[in-house]
Write a new protein. Structure first.
Length: 379
């Protein structure tokens, strides 16, 4: 494929997610501002920021809020994924066929970061708002398609088989659904075009404890399986995402009309207002734990890696990555940066991932400002 063709290629994108406030930013940016770069062809859900059932409800709300006639060719599938990590699978269920309906009351979720509903405790209010807006524009139907018989792992594999070499999966949560797709359908390793992973900490501390980042710690076994089996992987972790922030003054602008036309590639005002209100809970957490007035843009940063053009704003290290699955460093991502070892080790047979280690901070922030209709002069 020629370079110009690569730039023009619209990426078929499945977003695997646990919405989540920064997930909401990523989904809104993808659906409202990246029409020439990505086509969202499915949203699959799992546990993490919230339990899986809440993640599915939130994904439906976001698709309804963000889908427009300009961004949709047909209804976007929202598909239930696993409720539990791999370590919780029954010994007779290595493919996780019962994971979608498993009991999950004791699965750890980050409700203290994102609110009990994942949307800063404003979900019910905005479900009503978005429903009224759809009815007001003469479209009372849902913008998503939901079939309770579908499972995320099968949906990912079957969609990749339908479009071999064309589908990118953006993994914004634990890698459980992706690992199960590879377990059940080994051909998915060949059919999937690329995998973009938000996860890990490669030269900095984690954000759950000194060793582990939240998405990887959510299912270390799944992450290690995926890093050991799939080679066309792009990864961004805390080394990069914690350098990319919106300040409180930036977030306040989301509550005001942008003045943009509905055809402009910016997040539309109704969704901007939702992001503003949902972010207040998230911002309070950052103020308490990180000590600054603003938020980290973890998930939106990962979204940018989906675009071959925007990917140029990052510097990558090609290296094998393994994940610690036992002990006090459980969930730690360990990258092999050594050129040559005297003898084979546990990293030797793992494919090399493309791990983001540096970023043009100003250029990425300009992307966020433009797409969210934020005026940086007011920072």
């Amino acid at each position: 494929m020629a370079p110009d063709d690569e730039k023009r290629r619209v990426v078929k994108l499945i977003i695997d997610t646990d919405p989540g406030i920064d997930d909401a930013y990523a989904i809104a940016l993808a659906m409202h501002t990246m029409r020439d770069e990505v086509e969202v062809i499915g949203v699959t859900t799992t546990f993490g920021n919230v339990r899986r059932d809440d993640a599915t409800r939130n994904a439906k709300t976001l698709v309804n809020a963000c889908a427009t006639t300009a961004t949709m060719k047909k209804k976007i599938p929202v598909v239930d994924g696993s409720r539990i990590p791999l370590v919780r699978l029954e010994t007779t269920d290595v493919e996780g066929r019962r994971a979608r309906d498993a009991a999950d009351s004791d699965v750890f979720v980050a409700d203290f970061v994102h609110g009990s509903d994942g949307f800063g405790n404003v979900r019910e209010e905005y479900e009503r708002v978005f429903r009224r807006e759809k009815n007001g524009c003469g479209d009372g139907g849902e913008s998503y398609a939901y079939d309770e018989a579908l499972e995320a792992a099968d949906f990912i594999a079957e969609t990749c088989a339908k479009h071999p070499g064309e589908v990118t999966v953006l993994a914004l949560a634990s890698l459980t659904n992706v690992a199960l797709a590879f377990r059940r359908h080994p051909e998915c390793l060949r059919n999937m075009s690329e995998l973009v992973v938000l996860g890990g900490a490669y030269g900095v501390n984690g954000n759950v404890n000194p060793a582990a980042e939240a998405n990887i710690l959510g299912d270390p076994e799944a992450a290690d399986e995926v890093f050991c089996s799939f080679e066309r992987t792009y990864v961004v972790g805390l080394d990069v995402t914690m350098r990319l922030t919106l300040k409180g003054s930036d977030i306040e602008q989301l509550a005001k009309p942008s003045g943009a036309d509905t055809s402009d590639p910016v997040v539309q005002d109704g969704v901007r207002k939702f992001l503003h209100d949902a972010t207040q809970f998230y911002k309070a957490y950052h103020a308490d734990v990180a000590g600054f007035d603003g938020i980290y843009m973890h998930d939106p940063t990962a979204l940018l890696l989906v675009s071959p053009e925007l990917r140029k704003l990052f510097t990558f290290k090609r290296a094998a990555v393994r994940v610690v699955t036992q002990g006090i460093t459980r969930g730690q991502t360990v990258m092999d940066t050594h050129a040559k070892w005297p003898s084979p080790n546990e990293w030797s047979s793992a494919p090399k991932s493309n791990v983001a280690m540096d970023v043009d901070v100003d250029a990425v922030l300009r992307q966020f400002f433009l797409r969210l209709a934020i005026r940086p002069s007011e920072r």
